[in-house]
Every structure is written in structure tokens, then in C-alpha cells.
Write a protein that binds this ligand. Structure first.
Ligand code: PMP
Length: 445
């Protein structure tokens, strides 16, 4: 069995330095939750409450949360809590009755997309929504081949795990799935990167056809988060969408990570490019922690599926989840959090670049809105990935009570993706913890 990937995973064989009661909880957890439920950090963090961008432990210590995108409008958001609580007392039902709330929310949500993306199908998790989008694509194209990025993550159902090579070598990728290396801003030749990438998509199309699986979908996370955050350096998204359409397939934008303002200024990651997906998948931050997800699509695509195949999802867009999702849109809009993501993310990126400008171990700081990646390498011309150092920094920051993580094919990319209520006043604390953690690692002579 090969290594099962999870950057920043706690090693269950180790005995971390924790308070005795936290160690006791860890033991109970391992006994009852087993091996599949992995923890973060060498010293797992035990939290008891959250507020805004802060998480608190039982002793009242605060942790700056620079990792979690689900509580997009803040941990313990009072408006979301109020909306959900009020709704639960009145009515919490499914979508087989005529109710106002789900229609009003669907109208408001689809208005955030350009024509002809004007309809929505709801689900409960990102995985379910990706799974549904793949079913719709296969149904309307009559083709089951799927192209994804080489280190993609798209979910946990059987169909979505099959398009998630980042789950590692023990998670089989079947013959109807082809993997494509994404553009690498650090190592590609900028003059040819877009054309090279387009060629790789065309090769994947031919590979699928040779295997007897005509391509029905190109599924891409718009910020390529599990690939180590690689916001498109060139016109690659446009070229990729054109290539899959030439081959008779649909382009599905997975916005589970990128959506709801994460990338700053725009609601959706793909909206930074002159490209129109055929379907868009939304999840994670949509309900600020209440499970709700969606596929946005064109009426012609959805009509065909909806007429031919029945779709009902018991909990999807239940009244309480819709109340949460509505409150999330209210908060994002009224607090101007899309503009804030651009401003705060931009300043955070500049500060991190300034701190690391003369450090050969930091190859690059990449940012799109409030999603930042710091690529950690071994000094030298090869700039080889240094996962060990990335892990030390992540854990060093955790010991300083600032929470980030790591990602990427080589587990060497620091992942900084705070709730969007992360403000300028939090930048100094994050940067100080980062600088201290980096300084505490042995710098090469
Ligand atoms: N797509 C992407 C890009 C994701 O990051 C994730 C979750 N990490 C999913 C899909 C699956 O979402 P969920 O965990 O809600 O099923």
C-alpha cells in the first residue's frame, strides 16, 4: 500500500504534548472514530467555541483561524444562527411543497450568474453536487469520460472519489477518468504554458477515446486548490473549455473552494476569465456550516436530465439550510466582503512577500483574493518541494495559535484561506506567527 496523502495530518502513532484531558479525549476519539477520521497538526487543537475569525480552547486561549472557508461570514455568526433558529421553530421541510423561501433564494443565487446559467439543483454537500453534475453531463452528452487535474479533489462519494487523484495511490482512478497536469507557474515556460496545457487536454481526450470512453466532462476546481492553488497564469481556462467542447463534452467549474467571493471582487473564481462553464458546482461556504450545495446550469441541460431522470434529495435546500444560505448572502453583500477579500488578501500577500523576499526556501507567494499559497522549497536551482519544512511551519504556527495548513501534490504549499471576515487588523498576527515559525526552523547556511 502506498502513502495515503494528507498534508498536515496528525500521526496517530505519536504521543503529542497535550493537556491530560485533551490526551484522554484523543484516545477516546481514536477508539470510537477509527483510522478514517484524521486530525490536523502534530499537536491536535481542541476547540470549544468560535467567534468571527477566532476559535477558542477550553482555557479561553484564542486561535486565529486562517484556514477555514466554510464559516465564510465568521464562526458563530449571529445573523446565521438567528435565521436558522427562527426558521426551525416555524417550518423545516423539503422541496416537494410550494414554499417561498427556496424560490426566492434560487432567484437570488442564479442572478449572480450570467445568462444562460439560470437554473439551480440543490444538494447537501460538495460531493453530492459534483456527483450530480457528472450524472447530468453523462446523461446529456451520452459520454462517460471525465478529465480532471492531476491532483484534483472533488469529493467523497464513489463517483467523486474516482475523480480525486489527490486521495492517493490506494484510491483507484478508473479508465473513464484522465488526469492532466495543470500549468505550474514556478516551472513552466510562460511563453508556451497555455498552448502546452491545451495540448495536454487534447492528449487526455485522445486517451479516453482510445480507452473507449468518449469525454463527457472536463471538471476543474477554478483555483486548483488541491493542486497547490494555481490561479490561472495564462488563458488556460478558456483554452481548456474550448478543447472539451470541441471533443463533445461539457466544462464543469467546481466552485466549492473558489465560490462565494473567496477570490475577491467576483462571486466565482471562473468569473475572472472570459469563460462560461456549462455547469457550476457550489458548496462549502454556501450555508456557513449548514449543509447546502448546488449545481447551477442552463435550462436546456437541466430540462433534459429533469425530464428523463427523477431527482429528489431529502435534505437538500430544506428550509433551515435555505435560511442560513440567505443570511450568508446578506452578510457577504452588506459587509462588502468580496471587496474586502481583494483588499485584505492583497495586503496579506504583499506582507508575506516582503517577509520572505530574501529567503530562498520560499519560492513564491500566490494569492487570489483571500486564498493564499506559500510554496516551500529546498534552496537551490531545482527548487525541489520541501514538505518537511512546510509541515514544520504549519505546526510552528499552530504552536503560536495561528491555524493554517498545507496542500499540493508534494505537500509543500502552505494553504492560507481564512473566513472572509478576516480583516486588516488580523494580518500582523498571522505574519508575526509565520515569521517566527520560519525563523525557528534551521535556516540553511
Ligand atoms: N470539490 C472541491 C474542490 C472541494 O474542495 C471539496 C471539499 N474539500 C469537495 C468538492 C467536496 O465537498 P464536500 O466535502 O462538501 O463533500
Amino acid at each position: 500500500m502506498t502513502h495515503t496523502y494528507m498534508a498536515n495530518g496528525f500521526d496517530p502513532q505519536s504521543r503529542p504534548e497535550l493537556e491530560p484531558e485533551d490526551l484522554a479525549l484523543l484516545d477516546r476519539r481514536q477508539r470510537v472514530l477509527g483510522a478514517a477520521n484524521r486530525l490536523f497538526y502534530q499537536r491536535p487543537v481542541r476547540v470549544v467555541r468560535g467567534s468571527g475569525v477566532l476559535l477558542y480552547d477550553a482555557a479561553g486561549n484564542d486561535y486565529l483561524d486562517a484556514y477555514n472557508n466554510v464559516p465564510v461570514v465568521g464562526h458563530g455568526n449571529p445573523r446565521v444562527a438567528q435565521a436558522v433558529g427562527d426558521q426551525l421553530r416555524v417550518l423545516n421541510t423539503h422541496t416537494r411543497y410550494l414554499t417561498d423561501d427556496v424560490v426566492a433564494y434560487a432567484e437570488r443565487l442564479t442572478a449572480l450568474f450570467r445568462h444562460p446559467l439560470s437554473q439551480v439543483m440543490f444538494a447537501c454537500s460538495g460531493s453530492e453536487a459534483v456527483d450530480l453534475a457528472l450524472r447530468v453531463a453523462a446523461h446529456v452528452t451520452g459520454r462517460n469520460g471525465i478529465i480532471v487535474s492531476a491532483h484534483a479533489y472533488h469529493g467523497t462519494t464513489r463517483a467523486t472519489a474516482e475523480v480525486s487523484p489527490s486521495l492517493g495511490g490506494n484510491n483507484p482512478i478508473p479508465a473513464h477518468v484522465a488526469l492532466v497536469d495543470m500549468p505550474d507557474p514556478l516551472r513552466d515556460d510562460p511563453a508556451t504554458a497555455a498552448a502546452d496545457f491545451e495540448r495536454r487536454i487534447d492528449d487526455a481526450v485522445r486517451l479516453l477515446e482510445a480507452r473507449g470512453h468518449a469525454p463527457g466532462a472536463l471538471l476543474l476546481d477554478s483555483v486548483l486548490s488541491s493542486d497547490g492553488l494555481r490561479p490561472a497564469p495564462t488563458a488556460f481556462l478558456e483554452r481548456a473549455a474550448a478543447a472539451i467542447r470541441r471533443a463533445g463534452g461539457l466544462y464543469i467549474a467546481d466552485e466549492v473552494q473558489a465560490g462565494f467571493g473567496r477570490t475577491g471582487a467576483q462571486w466565482w473564481g471562473f468569473a475572472h476569465y472570459p469563460v462560461e462553464p456549462d455547469m457550476v458546482v457550489l458548496g462549502k461556504p454556501m450555508g456557513n456550516g449548514m449543509p447546502i450545495s448546488a449545481v447551477i446550469g442552463r435550462p436546456d441541460v437541466f430540462d433534459r436530465f429533469g425530464r428523463d431522470v427523477r431527482y429528489f434529495n431529502t435534505f437538500a435546500a430544506g428550509s433551515a439550510a435555505v435560511a442560513a444560505a440567505t443570511a450568508v448572502l446578506d452578510e457577504l453583500e452588506e459587509r462588502d466582503l468580496l471587496a474586502s477579500a481583494t483588499k485584505v488578501g492583497g495586503r496579506l500577500a504583499s506582507e508575506l512577500r516582503a517577509i520572505t523576499a530574501d529567503d530562498p526556501r520560499v519560492a513564491e507567494v500566490r494569492a487570489t483574493g483571500l486564498f493564499l499559497a506559500v510554496e516551500i522549497v529546498a534552496p537551490g536551482p531545482d527548487r525541489a518541494a520541501d514538505a518537511g519544512l512546510a509541515r514544520q511551519i504549519v505546526n510552528g504556527m499552530r504552536d503560536r495559535r495561528v491555524l493554517i495548513s498545507a496542500s499540493g501534490q508534494n505537500e509543500n504549499v502552505l494553504k492560507i484561506r481564512p473566513p472572509l471576515v478576516f480583516a486588516e487588523e488580523h494580518i500582523d498576527r498571522l505574519c508575526a506567527a509565520f515569521a517566527d515559525a520560519l525563523a525557528a526552523t534551521a535556516r540553511p547556511a
